[in-house]
Design a protein. Structure first.
Length: 323
């Protein structure tokens, strides 16, 4: 079935119900994952110590675990490969205060029989600092939602603002659901990626909303569905180019960037896909469900234009000394 006209205006709104059902399934599924499985908080938010070690030969992880278990502090430490088979990461909930000397030296001494090694990195975050960072991360997301709401309400109209905020919540929840599903460590890098997704999705949404506002003033059509189709179609080439190139870059980072940025790039990949989809099939259709009226909006714009012209005429008369 053809979904576009001869003028290359694609009938996106024909698929809005199917798209909303898909969005609802992903949204509810993400909430279920977050409620049951939860998030895998990294050192930044949970507190604890992370030690990155590089061996000259391929290490035996079981031997490392056995050596660490000899010390009560490292008994429940997690040992995993990091990036390559020559590097490992040790995570545990304790801090340097649990050990009487430098924690790197303590680990080196415990693992001296497992091979020649080099301590590459030691990150220590106390539990209080982790709780504080977690609270500030939540605050950062809430503030961003509030700023979006105020900005769009002032620039457009309250229905646009509400639709944009609903879209942003949709994107964040689904992205966090993917983080939970694939057990990605939630740390400061992940938070930065989530905030980047918010900005990226908002940028896409603003461009479409701006085009809708322009189309309302130039189009002769009164049906909001037709205007949305025209506006989204007009911005589609830009959306494909921007989203496509961004996704390619982030995908390359995910494949070849190494373990350090895998979480960051994964979140961005999911965010680009979800944000692009929601800008077209969540943000714009919500204007219809919020009973946005093209004629009422045109009347408001005409009234604003009339008041503006009256002010300009009054100012001109005042400057000429007529008033």
């Amino acid at each position: 079935m053809q979904i576009f006209t001869k003028a290359r205006v694609y009938d996106f709104m024909r698929l809005k119900f199917s798209a909303v059902i898909l969005s609802a399934i992903l949204f509810i599924g993400s909430i279920f994952l977050l409620a049951t499985k939860g998030l895998n908080y990294g050192i930044d938010f949970s507190g604890g110590t992370l030690i990155q070690i590089k061996y000259e030969q391929v290490p035996n992880l079981n031997s490392i675990r056995a050596a660490l278990s000899a010390n009560e502090t490292f008994k429940n430490a997690s040992v995993t490969e990091f990036g390559s088979e020559y590097e490992v990461v040790i995570r545990f909930s304790g801090s340097s205060s649990d050990v009487g000397l430098d924690i790197g030296e303590s680990v080196s001494e415990l693992l001296k029989d497992t091979g020649k090694l080099e301590i590459r990195r030691v990150d220590i975050v106390g539990p209080k600092v982790g709780d504080e960072l977690r609270s500030k991360a939540l605050m950062a997301i809430l503030i961003s939602f509030g700023a979006v709401l105020i900005y769009i309400a002032l620039r457009f109209e309250w229905r646009f603002a509400l639709a944009a905020v609903i879209t942003e919540i949709h994107d964040v929840v689904i992205t966090m659901g993917a983080i939970s599903l694939f057990a990605i460590d939630v740390n400061l890098d992940t938070l930065a990626a989530i905030l980047t997704v918010l900005g990226y999705s908002l940028n896409d949404t603003i461009i479409i909303f701006d085009r809708i506002r322009e189309s309302i003033g130039t189009s002769r059509k009164d049906n909001i569905n037709d205007i949305i189709n025209e506006s989204v179609s007009a911005t589609m080439s830009r959306t494909i180019l921007t989203s496509g190139t961004t996704f390619m870059v982030v995908f390359i980072l995910y494949m070849f960037g190494g373990e350090m940025i895998n979480g960051f790039s994964f979140v961005l990949m999911v965010g680009v896909l979800v944000g692009t989809f929601s800008s077209v099939y969540t943000a714009a259709p919500f204007l219809v469900w919020l009973k946005f009226s093209v004629n009422d909006y045109r009347a408001k714009m005409a009234e604003k234009l009339k008041l503006k012209k009256e002010k300009e005429r009054t100012r001109a008369m005042f400057e000429k000394g007529v008033v």
